[in-house]
Design a binder for this molecule. Structure first.
Ligand SMILES: [Mg+2]
Length: 146
C-alpha cells in the first residue's frame, strides 16, 4: 500500500491555527464546554428538557436563523461567517439540551448521504439536477445513537 505524508500546514495556515484555541475538539464538545461553564443542563442521555428550556432553545434558533438570513442579503464574509457560526452553536446547544449526540448523528447522516453514490462512485442526477439515490443507498439509522 502506498502511503502519503500528512499534509502539513503552510506558514500562513499555521499562524491561523496557532491563533485559534481549542484545536482538536469537535463543535459539540466546544458548545458543551460553554453550556457546562454557564450552568446549562447537559443531560448524558436523551431527555425532553423543561418547557422553559424548550422555549429558550426555540427562541435562540429562530433569532440566529433570522440573523443569518439577514446577513445573507449582503456580501460581508465576516458577518455571514459569524451568523452561520452562531446558528451552529445554538443547533449543537439544542442537541446537547436534549441529550442527543449530534457528532454521532452527523456521521451517520453523512454515511447515508454518501451511500447515494452510484456503483461507479459518482453522483447520480435526475435531468432537473436532483440528486438520485444509487443502488447502495441506505437511510440514516439513528436508533443506536439516540
Ligand atoms: Mg448572531
Amino acid at each position: 500500500m502506498t502511503t502519503f505524508p500528512e499534509a502539513l500546514p503552510n506558514k500562513q495556515q499555521q499562524r491561523q491555527l496557532d491563533r485559534i484555541p481549542y484545536q482538536g475538539k469537535t463543535n459539540q464538545e466546544l458548545v458543551r464546554e460553554f453550556m457546562e461553564t454557564f450552568d446549562h443542563e447537559t443531560p448524558a442521555e436523551f431527555m425532553v428538557p423543561s418547557e422553559d428550556t424548550i422555549n429558550l432553545r426555540r427562541k435562540l434558533m429562530e433569532e440566529e436563523h433570522l440573523e443569518l438570513l439577514e446577513e445573507m442579503k449582503g456580501r460581508d464574509k465576516e458577518k455571514i461567517a459569524k451568523e452561520l457560526t452562531d446558528l451552529l452553536v445554538v443547533v449543537y446547544g439544542t442537541a446537547i439540551a436534549y441529550g442527543i449526540d449530534a457528532d454521532a448523528c452527523m456521521k451517520e447522516v453523512h454515511r447515508s448521504n454518501m451511500s447515494k453514490l452510484g456503483e461507479d462512485g459518482k453522483p447520480l442526477y435526475r435531468e432537473d439536477g436532483k440528486v438520485l439515490k444509487g443502488p447502495n443507498f441506505s437511510p440514516a439509522d439513528l436508533s443506536d445513537i439516540v
